[in-house]
Design a protein around this ligand. Structure first.
Ligand SMILES: C[S@@+](CC[C@H](N)C(=O)[O-])C[C@H]1O[C@@H](n2cnc3c(N)ncnc32)[C@H](O)[C@@H]1O
Length: 284
């Protein structure tokens, strides 16, 4: 035991995270304390005058040091919640974002409940989007594609631990060389869409710890959309859907690319922050 209570750790931790430039140091330190104690936020408040053990303090200081170095919380915890699923998360793939949940919602609104459709996730990363779709639509199967071997290994671990592995084909490579477009009823993608010259200005959690090939969308952020939309227009079967995550300011540009490729029926969704975040089109 030490003289420090949980409340003392909270104060000490919040000061360190404030000095490290985090926006919500008290909220962040509460999350870290819940992680190391296993308490819910309510229990943490109830026990804040409890003394701490050496083990607890060691675990807390380790997690606190990593967060002060701006490691993402999901990497410290080793997991991220996405669409009600617990996914393993580490430096091998982009941390799944809450913003992407509306992309999944848009796709789910297009897939009938008992459909035995074949789905594909282009640039699957941790596997978050495809895992969410397959967990909500039990008769579907899917193909998960990623250029990055490390990301695909994390996706494989996630599909296995969510017991989805048998319904998923994993492919390492570029969507550019993939031949399965025509076999899919719905293709979803959250491709890299940040303009290359904006990357140095991103938050350290993203810039330093998400893989760069998950972020870099080329000079105007649209390289991946140009490629995917061209291939989708050429190779998807009639009646199939393409569902894309977009950056908050990319709705017009991506809509124009889709229109130029011949797509006509559009649906859009905003994320919880009110930003344009998802576009779906149907192949005529
Ligand atoms: C923004 S991340 C999305 C990860 C995941 N789908 C998600 O939403 O959390 C984009 C992913 O696309 C992959 N990627 C980039 N270019 C690719 C390409 N040409 N073919 C296949 N995957 C690619 C990256 O490796 C990365 O995992």
């Amino acid at each position: 035991m030490s003289g420090e209570t949980l409340s003392d750790l909270m104060r000490r931790g919040a000061e360190k995270l404030q000095n490290a430039g985090l926006e919500d140091p008290r909220g962040e330190v509460r999350r870290l304390l819940c992680l190391v104690t296993g308490y819910t936020p309510a229990t943490l408040i109830a026990k804040e005058q409890d003394p701490t053990t050496d083990d607890l303090r060691t675990g807390f200081d380790l997690a606190l040091g990593l967060r002060a170095e701006r490691h993402p919380f999901a990497h410290i915890a080793g997991r991220a919640d996405f669409f009600g699923l617990e996914l393993w998360s580490d430096g091998r793939a982009l941390v799944p974002r809450a913003d992407s949940e509306c992309v999944v919602e848009l796709a789910l609104s297009l897939i009938p409940k008992d459909a035995n459709w074949h789905l594909a996730d282009l640039g699957t990363g941790s596997g978050a989007l495809l895992a969410a779709l397959l967990s909500q639509r039990p008769e579907t199967a899917g193909t998960a594609i990623d250029l990055n071997r490390e990301a695909l290994s994390l996706a494989a671990e996630n599909f296995a631990h969510l017991q989805l592995g048998e319904r998923i084909e994993l492919l390492r490579g570029s969507w550019a060389g993939w031949t399965g477009w025509g076999a899919c009823d719905l293709i979803i993608s959250n491709p890299p869409y940040i303009c290359s010259d904006v990357i140095p200005d991103l938050e350290p959690e993203v810039r330093d710890y998400d893989p760069v090939d998950a972020l870099d969308g080329g000079p105007d952020g649209l390289d991946a959309y140009r490629e995917i939309i061209t291939l989708a227009a050429q190779q998807m079967k009639s009646g199939a859907y393409l569902v894309l995550e977009i950056g908050y300011d990319q709705k017009s540009a991506v809509t124009e690319l889709l229109e130029a490729a011949g797509f006509t029926e559009f649906e859009h969704r905003k994320d919880l922050g009110g930003n344009d975040r998802a576009i779906a089109v149907k192949k005529s």
